[in-house]
Design a protein around this ligand. Sequence first.
Ligand code: ATP
Length: 234
Amino acid sequence: MIEIKKLTKQADNKLILRGIDLSITQGETVAILGPNGAGKSTLLKVLATLIKPTSGLVKVNGLDLKKDHIEVKKMFGYLPHSSLLYDHYTPLENLVFFGNLYGVKDVENRARKLVNEVGLSFFINEPVKNFSRGMIQRIAIARAIIHEPKIMLLDEPHTGLDQGAITILNNVVLSMKEKGCTTLMVTHDFKQAAAICDRIIIVKYGKIADDFKINSQSLSLVSEKYQVLVEGVS
Ligand SMILES: Nc1ncnc2c1ncn2[C@@H]1O[C@H](COP(=O)(O)OP(=O)(O)OP(=O)(O)O)[C@@H](O)[C@H]1O
């Protein structure tokens, strides 16, 4: 599904990604862990076609990210740190707006369904500017999947969410997985990574330091590996 070979990214004379080799199969839910500044968000931004790689190859469903970036972009649903929502628009207006950009059919119904799925039906006609950080994050998640992407790129999606919203987000990821969606999720939240992901990648100094499969019982394994690799504890 996603093939990354010898990927590098340089900015301001700084080598942020130093040769990433990674292969991800369809339907995998992959957590990307690593210390601050390791290059995790940069990796997601390259995949989301927001920034260009310096060198290397990225193929998505057989398409070349460089040559076919318009087609590739449609396959991704990207949730960045900022919500990308329009403050003065309601959830419904925001989702309809973004859905139309992607040519989503029956967009209003799809938008209403998603607002319901993220538990904000009661606020569907309130401007987003009145929302709390967690409420905005819920709508931002709905925005990222309005066009039913094949791959979700989520940058610290659990940040600022209360327990109920975490459950909603995890259910969204798991139900997208059931439909065959692949997810790459940058996170500092080991607990949520262990709860919903089936593979962990640890990025350190712009390289992959570890890559292993997990299940829902693996929280202690994830913490141990991270401590040894990133914090030097053994
Ligand atoms: N456009 C840029 N120009 C120069 N340096 C950059 C640029 N973008 C990112 N960097 C630097 O590259 C490094 C990696 O940044 P990135 O945001 O990918 O890290 P991260 O692993 O996501 O960190 P965090 O966990 O803190 O979010 C950081 O040192 C950052 O300052």
